[in-house]
Design a protein around this ligand. Structure first.
Ligand code: T46
Length: 148
């Protein structure tokens, strides 16, 4: 049994966000297993889990930031491009391995795009769903973000 334990966190230029690597237990023909645990790889108590799938490669999702919610995103099948922005700094990268994820803290504007066929984006969230937690207007986001 092979356990890959690489560097767990990689900082981004964008504030309140970083890339996460979770353990990968590779057992040859038995396949692979990855896991994450609260307070270890996941820095918040998980209140909600959702997943996004069947997205056309031509469509983008996201286009918002959260006032309070923190999230970790994993692309557990396929690949997806994620763009993040704190109102000043931006990053873009492709999530393409089931054991690679991204932490998005509060006030990180994010977009997801270029979903490969059959991609599944799994999201762990720190809060229950509340529309009032979303900022969906980029100019409003930017003016709040730049005051912080
Ligand atoms: C996010 C990115 C990564 C609910 O009713 N409950 C839920 O838990 C969620 C996540 C969504 N919804 C409703 C709200 C909308 O009527 O589902 C609809 C689609 O949501 P939205 O357009 O916000 O989906 P995305 O893919 O643009 O964004 C989602 C999450 O909503 C968001 O929090 O950070 O994924």
């Amino acid at each position: 049994m092979k356990i890959k334990t690489q560097k767990m966190r990689n900082k981004l230029k964008t504030k309140n966000s970083y890339l996460i690597k979770i353990p990968l237990i590779a057992e040859g023909k038995r396949g692979n297993l990855s896991f994450c645990e609260v307070k270890r790889q996941i820095p918040f108590n998980i209140k909600r889990i959702y997943w996004i799938y069947n997205v056309s490669s031509k469509k983008s999702r996201g286009g918002h930031a959260h006032r309070k919610t923190e999230q970790v995103l994993f692309c557990i099948n396929g690949s997806v491009r994620i763009e993040v922005d704190d109102g000043i700094n931006k990053d873009a990268f492709i999530l393409a391995k089931p054991n690679n994820g991204i932490f998005l803290g509060k006030m990180v504007w994010h977009n997801m795009m270029d979903f490969k066929k059959n991609s599944v984006l799994l999201v762990l969230a720190s809060e229950f769903f509340k529309e009032a937690d979303y900022i969906r207007d980029y100019n409003i986001f930017k003016s709040i973000a730049q005051k912080q």
